[in-house]
Design a protein around this ligand. Structure first.
Ligand code: ARG
Length: 458
């Protein structure tokens, strides 16, 4: 017998039961559903909508039910459709007719919105903690690599020398923004939808502020139609997670490049690499590749929900049940990726010699050579031209800028002097970039200190 069976003369087709039911995936909301129901029932008693005695019986029944579920004593029923009706039915089985009073002044439409918001609030905190661990790892590796010179790239062409710390701390900033976006998403979802009823509230004198307070919400949703038809909080979270995955994916792509034979900038720990079933020499960066690959799946969830929500008339529509699987899958995916990625990163071996070699080739100090001429009074455009010519000369003679003799320099411009060698050494190139945000050891140490404070104050 269905909880809503009163108006029906026939039972539901089995295929319909199966198709309609969400218990398979929304059962993970059991804790939120029960906690929300306990708050609701306390409020009903406080407002004398039901008696305190009845409320106490219901609360006790719900608490027992929570334990039963946690101890795997419960089997959910597809016929009861979703987690909300399963819990209600189980409660009635447990405490008898009094249990039928739980759903007073409430609809599954406001109930499901409440459960999801409560669930996502918790998940956001867990994802944040995982990002913080990653940030700490980035700080540790960066502090060890303030002097590790590597080439910086634009267009994946060697551009200017930087340090490994400078490069890693770029990701630190990205993940910081991800935390910010999670906080922001949290802030906007932190309003209580319960009390909206099906769409137009109820005739009972509900105290929504009380429930908001008990369940740790900042306030109540101010429009009941919006409260039950809004899924922005899921879409926003999916967007936030998509961006986070995009960051992880870019990082993975670099890791994959860096441990290739062509780069050899880092080596992955054996525990975080895999072999090939045919090629004995292989050590593959599967973890990085899989994180990169799973990014597509999270984007898919995001686009999927946006598409589901597009053109839905107000207020609740059953289409919105589709919010769950995609949101859960994206959360599960990012929660699987973050810790494994952090551990993989923690265990990399940095090959500073190869990084330095990489920075020495490809004329990464050409800008500094031009700046040298500017400091000697040559306008930058002319300096750029002169160094461009020198680069061609070097390429034709298989040399780099630091390998040219003073005579060779002077043949191009008499302004060159012996101080050119110091001016274009990689160490100078890095440490003269002593602008906040830049790679110099002094500035990087400053930024690292700022970010250590940031983590402590999170
Ligand atoms: N299982 C439903 C969902 O996830 C709960 C709300 C159902 N409301 C309704 N009126 N059918 O969206």
């Amino acid at each position: 017998m269905k909880l809503w069976g009163g108006r029906f003369e026939k039972s539901t087709n089995v295929m319909v039961d199966d198709f309609n039911s969400s218990i398979r995936f929304d059962q993970r909301l059991y804790k939120q559903d029960i906690t929300g129901s306990i708050a609701h029932v306390s409020m009903l008693a406080k407002q004398s909508i039901i008696s305190t005695k009845d409320a106490d019986i219901i609360k006790k029944g719900l608490e027992e039910l929570l334990l039963d579920i946690e101890n795997n004593k419960i089997e959910f029923d597809i016929e009861a459709e979703d987690i909300h009706m399963n819990i209600e039915k189980l409660l009635i089985d447990k405490v008898g007719v009094v249990g039928k009073k739980l759903h007073t002044g409430r609809s599954r439409n406001d109930q499901v919105a409440l459960d999801m918001r409560m669930y996502l609030k918790e998940e956001i905190q867990e994802i944040k903690l995982m990002i913080i661990k990653l940030l700490k790892t980035l700080l540790t590796i960066s502090k060890d690599n303030l002097d590790t010179i590597m080439p910086g790239y634009t267009h994946l062409q060697k551009a200017q020398p930087i340090t490994f710390a400078h490069h890693l701390m770029a990701y630190f900033e990205m993940f910081k923004r991800d935390i910010d976006r999670l906080d922001d998403t949290y802030k906007r979802m932190n309003y209580l939808p319960l009390g909206a009823g099906a769409l137009a509230t109820t005739t009972y004198p509900l105290d929504r502020e009380y429930v908001a307070n008990v369940l740790d919400f900042d306030g109540v949703c101010l429009n009941s139609i919006d409260a039950v038809s809004d899924r922005d909080y899921c879409v926003e979270l999916l967007n936030t997670i998509s961006i986070l995955m995009m960051h992880l994916s870019r990082f993975c792509e670099e890791i994959i490049l860096w441990c290739s034979n062509e780069f050899q900038f880092i080596e992955l720990d054996d525990a975080y690499s895999t072999g090939s079933s045919i090629m004995p020499q292989k050590k593959n960066p599967d973890i990085a590749e899989l994180v990169r690959g799973k990014t597509g799946r999270v984007y898919g969830s995001h686009i999927s929900l946006l598409t589901t929500m597009k053109s839905l008339p107000l207020a609740y529509n059953k289409d919105m049940q589709e919010d769950k699987e995609v949101t859960f899958d994206a959360i599960d995916t990012v929660k699987m990726c973050l810790p494994i990625f952090t551990n993989m990163l923690k265990t990399i071996k940095v090959n500073s010699i190869n990084m330095y070699k990489g920075a020495s080739g490809g004329f990464t100090n050409a800008t500094d050579a031009a700046d040298y001429l500017v400091k000697k009074g040559i306008p930058f455009r002319d300096a750029h031209e002169i160094i461009g010519k020198l680069v061609i000369y070097c390429i034709n003679n298989n040399k780099n800028l630091e390998g040219m003799s003073l005579e060779e320099y002077k043949a191009v411009s008499t302004v060159f002097d012996t101080d050119i060698y110091d001016a274009i050494s990689l160490e100078t190139c890095v440490n003269k970039r002593n602008v906040i945000g830049g790679p110099s050891k002094e500035m990087m140490s400053k930024v690292i200190a700022i970010n250590e404070d940031y983590i402590t104050n999170l």
